[in-house]
Design a protein around this ligand. Structure first.
Ligand code: ATP
Length: 292
């Protein structure tokens, strides 16, 4: 089944693919971890790596994306973006359920990684919840005793990231975020657990409350603008906090953690720039990790 994926269009199996496949058999203890603040392109890089080092599968490590629903608001990869790469722990929990703990995540992620290596595929963990990755790698014995990790950190200079995050919020609004969030409006204002904690949900509370009470257009417009502005600030603050946590982990994992500066690719959106500045470097690092 997996061999099928290494077959070229003419039906023959190229030799180098065959040797990669045989090498993969010997690398059942290796996991790639893609880290980065929100909006830096972690999910895209994880898919870029997965489509190169086939077969590979991705395990989500974002504590909000584990919940079903709010696909626009939580920025889950779409079917099209996933390019056929299987994703695990993505949208698998009821949106009203309790938050998943770092210990529960570690158990689920270890189970997913075990199943991926059993299929002779490369596991790639990707997501922004750094406490989950920390717990899995440093404190979860079942994972720690079995797997070696290569950490890729996608970094973007903060001013550039902030303006990109603000643009992303505008795109989410254009894509129908308000309609999506309306379904999660809670008149009692309880936004402290489950998917309602996502940035982009509590911020709309005042607007949705005014709307539900039949407020006039001017009031609604003002509250909507306030909500959007707050979402932008909260996303930038999340990115700042995540960056600090990653820098702390970088101090700990320096030898196995590789910083990829994606700033240029954010300033120049041509696909070739992302490829040159981020993907090709990441591929070389993963190649060395897997086969040297
Ligand atoms: P960590 O797990 O790294 O210690 P943390 O507990 O602050 O940090 P994060 O994963 O950084 O967890 O998320 C913090 C908050 O950011 C979440 O509670 C949520 O409000 C928001 N958030 C995180 N990921 C998303 C997402 N994909 N979509 C919307 N909001 C998110």
């Amino acid at each position: 089944m997996m061999m099928m994926m290494t077959t070229c269009s003419s039906g023959c199996k190229p030799l180098f693919m065959e040797s990669l496949f045989h090498q993969r058999i010997t690398t059942k203890d290796k996991v790639v971890v893609v880290m980065g603040a929100t909006g830096t392109g972690k999910s895209k890089l994880a898919i870029d790596i997965a489509t190169h080092f086939k077969p590979a599968e991705i395990v989500n490590s974002d504590k909000i994306q584990v919940f079903k629903g709010l696909n626009i608001t939580t920025n889950k990869v779409t079917e099209e973006e996933s390019r056929g790469v299987p994703h695990h722990l993505l949208g698998f929990i009821d949106p009203n359920a309790q938050d998943i703990t770092a210990a529960q995540f570690s158990q689920e992620a270890t189970r997913a990684v075990d199943s991926i290596v059993q299929r002779d595929a490369l596991p790639i963990i990707a997501g922004g919840s750094n406490s989950f990755i920390d717990q899995l790698v440093n404190h979860h014995d079942q994972f720690r005793s079995r797997y070696k990790c290569c950490f890729l950190w996608v970094d973007v200079s903060l001013p550039v990231l902030h303006s990109s995050l603000e643009e992303r919020v505008d795109r989410m609004i254009e894509c129908g975020q308000v309609n999506e969030v309306r379904e999660f409006f809670d008149p009692s204002g309880a936004y402290s657990r489950g998917i309602r904690r996502a940035i982009g949900v509590p911020e709309f509370h005042e607007f949705l409350r005014a709307e539900s009470m039949g407020a006039d257009e001017e009031t609604k417009k003002r509250l909507l603008e306030d909500a959007i502005a707050t979402i932008k600030v909260n996303n930038c603050n999340l990115a700042n906090r995540q960056l600090h946590k990653i820098q702390r982990l970088y101090g700990m994992w320096k030898r196995s953690m590789h910083r990829l500066d994606a700033t240029e690719a954010f300033l120049n959106k041509e696909e070739g720039v992302w490829e040159d500045h981020v993907v090709s470097k990441a591929r070389r690092i993963v190649q060395r990790f897997l086969y040297d």
